[in-house]
Design a protein around this ligand. Structure first.
Ligand SMILES: [Fe+2]
Length: 140
């Protein structure tokens, strides 16, 4: 079982691939969108229940920034419930969601990961990895 930062990075990579596929392959867009929605939400929830909860005591401001970004990403995801798939407004909403998600991932991989590496032990990172996986399984 990998440690939590590797699992989070794997999720980020998968989500980036899904965005690429949705943008470039309209045929599989409907299925990919369902997968993106599920993966993204499960990722946010599992992160909040593990790494963010754990880092809150040592880096409250950084965790607060990340939690605010999660709120914005959830709001951006909700837009898709009312937009017709693939039209101009839909494509704009997708680009906007992607901007937020990419910015958030970059911030997390730089900032939150640095705090985690500094404050959490190796065994903590592995133990959190197990909980992260369990949280995601429970949501799926
Ligand atoms: Fe993340």
């Amino acid at each position: 079982m990998p440690q939590i930062l590797e699992l989070i990075e794997d999720d980020h990579d998968l989500i980036r691939v899904l965005f690429n596929e949705i943008e470039h392959d309209p045929k599989s867009r409907d299925v990919r969108c369902i997968t993106l929605h599920r993966e993204l939400l499960a990722h946010l929830i599992a992160e909040e229940a593990t790494l963010y909860l754990r880092l809150r005591e040592v880096a409250p401001e950084e965790v607060e920034v990340s939690l605010d970004e999660h709120v914005t990403i959830r709001e951006r995801l909700e837009r898709f419930e009312v937009l017709p798939e693939g039209d101009e407004a839909w494509m704009e909403a997708l680009a906007d969601l992607r901007d937020w998600v990419e910015g958030h991932f970059a911030q997390e991989e730089d900032n939150i990961f640095a705090w985690a590496r500094h404050y959490l032990s190796r065994s903590d990172l592995f133990a959190l990895g197990r909980v992260f996986e369990k949280e995601k399984e429970a949501i799926a």
